[in-house]
Design a protein around this ligand. Structure first.
Ligand code: GMT
Length: 379
């Protein structure tokens, strides 16, 4: 199949899912065309089936806002015609589903009919998409997609609650390549560099936005380190980072907290991690938690959104109400206080992650593509 994938190329769950999906589809022989404004961060152009086409938006003094959707839909039209692309898969509704629909319309005028699959990822529905400024366009473009998927049952329910959606939404969860060779043999797990013997290592990875409740991460860690020797690894960049650094200073724990910035080597950090913290306000799925679990790291998270669909209470970790810092610290300590308990949770976390192996999830996307190609195309 010749598939165009439209996504955000930056660090962030939806772009990562789109990129990993494209790479895996290419390995299976599909021809994949990534169409976005810069090369996706996890994209290695090492497979002849992978192509990348950049969307350029020239600056013009008249424009207060650059018309990205227009440039994207034009690029889609050109690339579909040039490469005989058969299907569009857009990740994150805003503005990709809207731009995809416009491309379909333009192509129809030239006698080309192409189906569009839209994958909803989370904030395109919850925090951003449901804002009155966007809602009519998001509703319209979801209803005009030939097939819609969401990354969790929770996000599907939320979509029906927030929008007037008249079509079926298929749940296809986030995935992970469980058998990936995560550890470089020449640079095995470098735990000793980061912490001394007897210290537990706790990690948080995100885009440091408000929804991640970064101050909670620091406060939970503060409570943990008062009871046991521990270090905190903070991985990622975003608007809440500076505030977190200040909070660490205020609590007098700066020497125990390492801020890494964005990293493409998260496996190297997760390989020496004992526990992962994700106390988010909401999380449609929580890919970062799954990535941790695939490295055998148990998760302490909030119980909001789709998190209970990936972090299983008392098995791969524990879940608490949003903002329950005491509860999360207590649960963390119950795992970290005993080597046996930690070992058990590590094994369990890996076991749960295996359910989300790419080998189980890829056929679900392929089935959706087949269905889209065989349906009457919506316009
Ligand atoms: O919140 C993020 O980390 C970024 C965001 C995105 O769209 O890139 O992530 C969303 O999509 C991920 C992949 O499907 C999900 O695993 C995340 O839970 C979701 N984030 C939120 O719902 C806040």
């Amino acid at each position: 199949m010749k598939i165009a994938i439209v996504c955000y190329p930056t660090f962030g769950g939806s772009g990562v899912v789109a990129t990993e999906l494209g790479l895996e589809l290419a390995k299976k022989g599909h021809e994949i065309h990534f169409i976005t404004y810069s090369q996706p961060v996890r994209l290695a152009l090492l497979n002849p089936n992978i192509h990348y086409h950049e969307v350029n938006v020239p600056e013009y003094p008249l424009f207060h806002f650059q018309p990205y959707e227009l440039a994207l839909s034009s690029k889609l039209v050109d690339m579909v015609k040039l490469h005989k692309i058969e299907l569009l898969h857009v990740h994150y509704a805003i503005p990709h589903a809207y731009a995809g629909y416009m491309a379909k319309k333009m192509l129809k005028d030239e006698g080309i009919r192409i189906p569009m699959v839209t994958t909803l990822h989370g904030t395109d529905i919850t925090l951003v998409g449901s804002h009155p400024f966007y809602k009519p366009a998001v509703t319209f473009s979801i209803n005009k997609s030939d097939i819609v998927t969401s990354v969790s049952q929770s996000l599907k329910d939320e979509t029906y609650k927030l929008f007037n959606i008249k079509k079926d939404i298929e749940v296809i969860p986030n995935f992970i390549e469980v058998n990936k060779n995560r550890i470089d043999e020449n640079a095995p797990c470098q735990r000793a560099l980061m912490a001394s013997k007897g210290e537990r290592i706790i990690t948080h990875i995100s885009n440091f936005r408000e929804v991640k409740r970064i101050p909670d991460v620091v406060k939970i860690f503060d409570k943990i380190q008062k009871e046991i020797p521990a270090k905190l690894m903070m991985v990622g960049e975003g608007p809440e980072k500076e505030k977190a650094e200040k909070l660490c200073e205020k609590l007098g724990i700066s020497d125990k907290v390492i801020f890494f910035g964005n990293s493409n080597d998260i496996d190297k950090i997760l390989c020496y991690t004992d526990l992962f913290l994700l106390p988010s306000q909401t999380e449609s799925f929580g890919l970062a938690a799954l990535e941790a679990m695939a490295c055998g790291v148990p998760v302490i998270s909030s119980n909001s959104g789709g998190l209970p669909e990936v972090n299983f209470e008392g098995v791969s970790g524990y879940l608490s109400d949003v903002g329950d810092i005491d509860g999360m610290a207590k649960n963390a300590l119950s795992i970290l206080n005993s080597d046996e308990e930690l070992h058990k949770f590590k094994q369990n976390a890996l076991g749960v992650a295996k359910q989300f192996d790419i080998l189980n999830i890829l056929p679900l996307y392929e089935a959706v593509y087949e269905k889209a190609l065989n349906k009457k195309i919506l316009l």
